[in-house]
Design a protein around this ligand. Structure first.
Ligand SMILES: *Cc1c(COP(=O)(O)O)cnc(C)c1O
Length: 395
C-alpha cells in the first residue's frame, strides 16, 4: 500500500480535467451545426441542470464570476448596499460586489468546515442595523455545504437575499436538499479545474422569476419578451431595459457541459474513493488534520484540504509544498484570504488578524490532488509523499 517510498517518476498535476470522446464528438457536431453561440444546446443544458439540482430554472453563463455578477444585478443590489461574504474565497466573489457598486462586509469562518460562520453573520447584522445589508453570499467551501438552515433563517429575519457561491459544490446536499435549490440564486462554475467543466462557464439556478431577470442582465439588458412580441412583424426588433452585461453561454460550452453533467455520478464515485484512501492514511498522523464532513451533509469533495499541525512539524506550509513538488506531487493553496491581498488590504485597511480564524488556517492549509482522472496508484503516491515528509520533519 503506502509502503512504497520511491518517489514518483513523473509529476502528478494538481487538477487536470477529464474529458472523453462524448464531449469531443458533441463539440465537433456543434461546430458543424452553424449554431455555435447561445442556442439549442445551451437551452438543453440549462433544462437538464435545473432538473439535476431541483431548481425551477437555470441560466447558462460564460463563467462562475459572470453568474455571481449577474445574480447581484438581478437582485437589484447596487450603490450604497452591503453584501456579507467570507474572506476565505476566490477574489472574484468579492470583486463582483464592488462591481455592482455595493460594499463587501467580510465575516470570519468556522474552523472545522472553513465556511462562513452564521453566528458571526448575526453578530454583524446586529451591529450594523443602520447599514444597508441586502444579501448574504456564502461559499460552500471545498464542496462542504454551509449550514443553510441557519443562513436561510437569518435571511428571513433580516429580509436579505441569499446568493450561494457553489463553484465547489456540484453535486452537494444539505440535510437532503441539493445545493442549487435552497437560496434565492446559486452560482456554479465550470472552470477547467472544477468538478465538471466546460473550459470556462457557469450556471445560475433559482426561481423562474429571478433567473429570467438574470437572463436579461446576462445579455446586454435585452428584453426577450419584446423580441417575442414583435417577432411576427420583424425579428430585427429588440428593447434594452437595463444596462446589462455580456455573459451568455455558448453552445460550444454547453456541448461539453451536457456530457460532463452525465458523468458527474462516476466522477463523484472516484473522488470519494480517493478521499477514502487519503482519510485512512492521514487520520493516523498526529502532525496533520484531515477535512471534516458533518452529519446530514453530502460533500462534493472538490478539494481535499490537509491542515498541518505546525507546532508538531519543523517546516512551514510553503516548505511542505516545496517538499511535495520535490517528490513530483502537485498541490495548491485555497485561498490567499481576501483581506491579505494588496487591493483589499489597502482599500479597506485590513490587518491579517482582523479575521483570526481565516488567517490562522490559511497558514497551515494545503490542497492535495483530487480528481477523477487519478488512479489508486496516484493517490498512494500522494500518501507516500505526505507520510515521508511528515516522518522527515517531525518535531
Ligand atoms: C472558481 C471559483 C469562482 C469563479 O468561477 P469562474 O468560473 O472561474 O469565473 C468563484 N468562486 C469560487 C469559490 C471559485 O472556486
Amino acid at each position: 500500500m503506502s509502503g512504497q517510498t520511491k518517489p514518483r517518476q513523473t509529476f502528478l498535476p494538481f487538477s487536470p480535467p477529464l474529458l472523453g470522446e462524448e464531449e469531443i464528438i458533441e463539440m465537433i457536431e456543434t461546430l458543424r451545426s452553424d449554431w455555435i453561440t447561445t442556442g439549442p444546446r445551451t437551452k438543453k443544458f440549462e433544462g437538464e441542470f435545473a432538473r439535476l439540482v431541483g431548481a425551477q430554472a437555470a441560466l447558462g453563463l460564460s463563467s462562475g464570476t459572470g453568474a455571481l455578477h449577474t445574480a447581484l444585478a438581478a437582485m437589484g443590489i447596487g450603490q450604497g448596499d452591503v453584501v456579507i461574504t467570507t474572506p476565505m474565497t476566490f477574489c472574484s466573489g468579492v470583486h463582483v460586489i464592488e462591481q455592482v457598486g455595493a460594499t463587501p462586509l467580510l465575516v470570519d469562518i468556522q474552523r472545522d468546515t472553513l465556511n462562513i460562520d452564521p453566528f458571526k453573520i448575526e453578530e454583524n447584522l446586529r451591529k450594523t442595523r443602520d447599514k444597508k445589508v441586502k444579501a448574504i453570499l456564502p461559499v460552500h467551501f471545498a464542496g462542504h455545504p454551509c449550514d443553510m438552515d441557519l443562513i436561510m433563517d437569518l435571511a428571513k429575519r433580516y429580509q436579505l437575499f441569499v446568493l450561494e457561491d457553489a463553484a465547489h459544490a456540484i453535486p452537494a446536499k444539505f440535510n437532503g436538499r441539493m445545493i442549487g435549490a435552497i437560496g434565492d440564486l446559486t452560482a456554479f462554475s465550470f472552470y477547467a479545474t472544477k468538478n465538471m467543466t466546460t473550459g470556462e462557464g457557469g450556471m445560475l439556478t433559482g426561481s423562474r422569476d429571478l433567473v429570467e431577470k438574470a437572463r436579461v442582465y446576462s445579455l446586454h439588458g435585452i428584453d426577450r419578451d419584446a423580441w417575442d412580441r414583435y417577432s411576427e412583424t420583424g425579428s430585427w426588433y429588440y428593447e434594452v431595459i437595463a444596462s446589462g452585461f455580456k455573459y451568455n453561454m455558448m453552445d460550444l460550452q454547453a456541448a461539453i457541459g451536457i456530457h460532463q453533467m452525465r458523468k458527474l455520478p462516476q466522477f463523484m464515485d472516484r473522488r470519494r474513493q480517493i478521499v477514502k484512501i487519503y482519510h485512512q492514511a492521514f487520520s493516523q498522523l498526529g502532525e496533520i488534520e484531515i477535512p471534516t464532513e458533518k452529519t446530514g451533509v453530502d460533500h462534493a469533495w472538490h478539494l481535499y484540504i490537509l491542515r498541518l499541525n505546525l507546532e508538531r512539524l519543523s517546516l512551514s506550509r510553503d516548505q511542505f509544498i516545496q517538499e511535495l513538488r520535490g517528490r513530483n506531487i502537485g498541490s495548491s493553496v485555497h485561498y490567499v484570504p481576501i483581506h491579505l491581498h494588496p487591493y483589499y488590504r489597502n482599500n479597506y485597511g485590513f490587518k491579517p488578524e482582523d479575521f483570526p480564524v481565516v488567517y490562522e488556517e490559511y497558514q497551515r492549509m494545503i490542497s492535495l490532488p483530487l480528481y477523477p482522472k487519478m488512479t489508486d496508484e496516484d493517490a498512494y503516491d500522494v500518501v507516500s509523499a505526505v507520510c515521508d515528509i511528515v516522518k522527515g520533519f517531525r518535531r
